[in-house]
Design a protein around this ligand. Structure first.
Ligand SMILES: Nc1ncnc2c1ncn2[C@@H]1O[C@H](COP(=O)(O)OS(=O)(=O)O)[C@@H](OP(=O)(O)O)[C@H]1O
Length: 719
């Protein structure tokens, strides 16, 4: 390849097209064709002056009506002064639209990659144009700028009256370009009048102009709420800021609040949410921490305890960023971010932008005012985006209308992220999260397994729930919305709670909830919190399971189950009463084993999954428990042969208590009921045929597991 300094305009014709390409060029000064029909998001602004990134640009030479330039640039004659000879150069086409008149194919050709910021916009426009609008971004963009830490800050870094005047003046200028724009000020009243004389006058000036801005409460002393374990104490601190607001005519009805350092928002500190609601009637907050700080484009929102949590965007201005020239990387870096770089693109890609800034960014040389005013001007110059602003509640409602799939939170493990660990209650420990889950399905022997596991001195389960006994049922249903603290309270980290001899390190904690197996949302949620957990499932004949489940419902006095025979339940058609159809689904669906296991395997690797043959658990529990201990790598290995014994009266294996006495499971496990009728048995064999066939395939794929006898039987009689 030629070195760039030696390059010449080497032309190559694109095969079959009246189009020549010159490659390997350095260019500068890009401009757009205002008449190009491709432009939608992109606006033909001025010229993007300066060298364009890269030294391997291609330009297009065309001589046919099918072609229309979208972007031009000049050769970088600063590099080759001899080339220009002082003459004006013709612009070279760097992005070209092909209308398809020649060969019927419409194209947009780019002479360079997406390193050049303008190409990122043009690429979106090309997608929109070529897809006839199917792949188009909406052009509305909302912008909210929060100024945290009002009144907080060292002497010498705070606002003076002229800074406040500049704030108001710039707000007016921005509002003329962004309808509805007002700075959103978050205050900590405790530090009011803590500055130098001029700065205290600045505080007063701000309060005299209280109606110019939107306001929200920060913490009174700028404390981190996750350090509070006591709700009353936290509320009394919030109350102080509330009283301050009242005294100084600061509006208290924004329904928005921000927590210092994102503390308590995510990972959620429940008492923060409760206190916020009670004192400030908070409806919206925002954070950069959900699910993680980086990458910024993956930040999401969620709703917890009726508080809408929005993702917040970073604009590179932190408490200590106070001077333009001391911006990390210098003024050029800041301008690069504004002029097509990170800040500019954040607004291009996010329909709703909440930016975090700090009071200190508005004193000194007012870096933040420069930043926002400039980026908005730049956006107006180069895009057709419709910028506007609105108070946080409106933004939040808009956000969740756009992203209904984000409403439900997904709780991650706070210990997986050092930042999260820092803003998580000191009382919590990741040691008190389960290392394995017994997921069911129901009626396969999960209680027997749970009881046998609990006999092991190194294994502990959760403390019982008052509603659902040994099962917490967290990852499915409404308990999930109670939050992680609620779940973790079932796993006390002090060893006194359950087993005295073992430390948290040697304790192998688990949880069993038999409805997890077929819970739609469970694998995703479990994996988000416990990605390294082992997953244990038990399978028996799905027909037998369905029948046992039906008997269980009858024994529990479930009205519908008592009013209909098993056959009627499993054959209920679409015209049946809803309650009967629901019962049918709950009875039959968990037995579609392969389908549910595939769902788990979409989140967990096969090595973390252990499938127990439920018939073996019933007939030969000692071997099953030995296998399971090996799989879980539990030490020491517990010898179950001395502790489990077949109880002829119960008809099942039970726990050995003494030479003569066994402790068996209660009456509800191993019930007496008539055998399944022939008709139902035949029907279910047919019903589960495809599911059982898929299960055999899956088990084979998973490796050396012997195919359970019940599965072979179900399949042989089902054909
Ligand atoms: N050792 C031992 N003792 C008692 N019962 C045993 C045992 N091993 C397996 N089984 C079978 O477990 C079935 C109940 O399953 P679950 O405990 O998973 O039911 S539940 O979902 O928790 O309600 C229960 O179902 P039913 O026989 O229909 O009552 C038993 O067949």
């Amino acid at each position: 390849m030629e070195s760039p300094s030696e390059e010449t305009l080497v032309a190559a014709q694109l095969r079959g097209l009246p189009l020549y390409i010159h490659t390997n060029l350095r260019l500068r000064d890009a401009s757009l064709n205002p008449a190009s029909p491709v432009l939608r998001l992109t606006r033909a602004g001025e010229t993007a002056w300066g060298a364009l990134p890269g030294d391997d640009w291609a330009v297009f030479q065309h001589n046919h009506t099918t072609y229309e330039p979208v972007e031009w640039a000049q050769r970088n004659t600063q590099d080759y002064p001899s080339d220009s000879g002082g003459q004006v150069q013709l612009p070279l086409t760097t992005v070209l639209q092909d209308h398809g008149h020649f060969d019927g194919i419409q194209r947009v050709l780019f002479g360079s990659n997406l390193r050049f910021w303008l190409h990122r916009l043009l690429f979106l426009d090309a997608l929109s144009y070529l897809s006839h609008g199917q792949l188009s971004l909406n052009l509305e963009r909302m912008i909210l700028v929060d100024i945290d830490d009002i009144f907080v800050g060292e002497r010498g870094t705070r606002l003076r009256p002229d800074d406040v005047q500049a704030l108001i003046a710039t707000q007016r200028i921005i509002a003329a370009m962004v309808p509805g724009f007002r700075f959103n000020l978050g205050f900590s009243g405790k530090f009011y009048h803590h500055g130098e004389r001029e700065e205290n006058l600045g505080d007063d000036y701000l309060l005299r102009n209280v109606q110019e801005f939107n306001w929200f409460s920060h913490m009174w002393k700028h404390q981190q709420p996750h350090l509070y374990e006591n709700l009353t104490l936290l509320m009394s601190e919030m109350q102080l800021n509330y009283a301050f607001a009242k005294e100084h005519n600061i509006p208290t009805d924004s329904g928005y609040s921000i927590s210092p350092h994102h503390s308590g928002v995510y990972p959620a500190h429940e008492i923060l949410y409760i206190a916020w609601k009670k004192i400030w009637n908070v409806k919206v907050t925002s954070t950069e921490e959900y699910p993680h700080l980086r990458p910024a484009r993956l930040r999401r929102g969620f709703i917890h305890r009726d508080i809408m949590v929005l993702p917040r965007q970073t604009c590179g201005l932190f408490t200590h960023t106070m001077y333009i020239d001391r911006y990390p990387g210098g003024r050029d870096k800041l301008d690069e971010s504004i002029q097509g770089g990170e800040l500019f693109q954040t607004i291009v890609y996010n329909p709703i932008n909440i930016f975090m800034t700090h009071m200190s960014n508005y004193g000194s040389d007012r870096l933040a005012l420069y930043t926002f005013q400039s980026v908005i001007k730049f956006l107006q110059c180069w895009t057709n985006l419709k910028l506007s602003s609105a108070p946080p509640i409106q933004l939040a409602e808009m956000y969740f209308r756009l992203h209904p799939e984000e409403v439900d939170p997904v709780w991650g493990n706070p210990c997986d992220d050092p930042r999260h660990k820092k803003i998580w209650s000191k009382k919590k420990s990741c040691d008190s999260l389960p290392k394995f889950l017994v997921i069911g399905p129901q009626k396969t022997g999960t209680t027997a397994l749970y009881t046998f596991l609990a006999m092991h001195s190194s294994i502990t389960s959760n403390v019982p729930s008052p509603d659902t006994y040994e099962e917490i049922q967290f990852f499915n249903g409404n308990n999930y919305y109670r939050g992680l603290d609620w779940y973790m309270d079932f796993f006390p980290s002090d060893s006194s709670a359950n087993s005295t001899a073992v430390t948290p390190q040697t304790r192998y904690m688990f949880e069993k909830s038999a409805t997890y197996f077929d819970g739609e949302a469970v694998p995703k949620r479990a994996h988000a919190l416990l990605p390294h957990a082992k997953i244990v499932s038990i399978l028996i004949s799905p027909a037998k399971r369905a029948y046992s489940w039906y008997q269980h419902q009858r024994a529990h006095g479930e009205g519908i189950a008592n009013n209909y025979s098993f056959y009627q339940v499993i054959t209920a058609g679409d015209s049946a009463p809803k309650a009967l159809k629901d019962l049918r689904n709950r009875c039959l669906n968990p037995g579609k084993y392969a389908q549910h296991l595939e769902h788990w395997l979409a989140y967990y690797p096969a090595q973390q999954l252990h499938i127990i043959d439920g018939e073996q658990l019933r007939l030969n529990p000692v071997d099953v428990m030995n296998d399971l201990q090996r799989f879980l790598k539990i030490q020491p290995i517990f010898d179950y042969s001395n502790h489990l014994r077949f109880d002829a009266k119960k008809g099942f294996f039970c726990q050995v208590v003494s030479e003569k006495r066994n402790k068996c499971l209660g009456k509800s496990k191993g019930r007496q009921y008539p055998s399944m009728d022939e008709r139902s048995a035949k029907l279910l064999q047919r019903y589960y045929l495809s599911h059982n066939t898929a299960l055999v395939k899956l088990l084979k794929k998973l490796g050396s597991r012997p195919i359970p006898q019940w599965l072979k039987d179900d399949l042989s009689t089902g054909t």
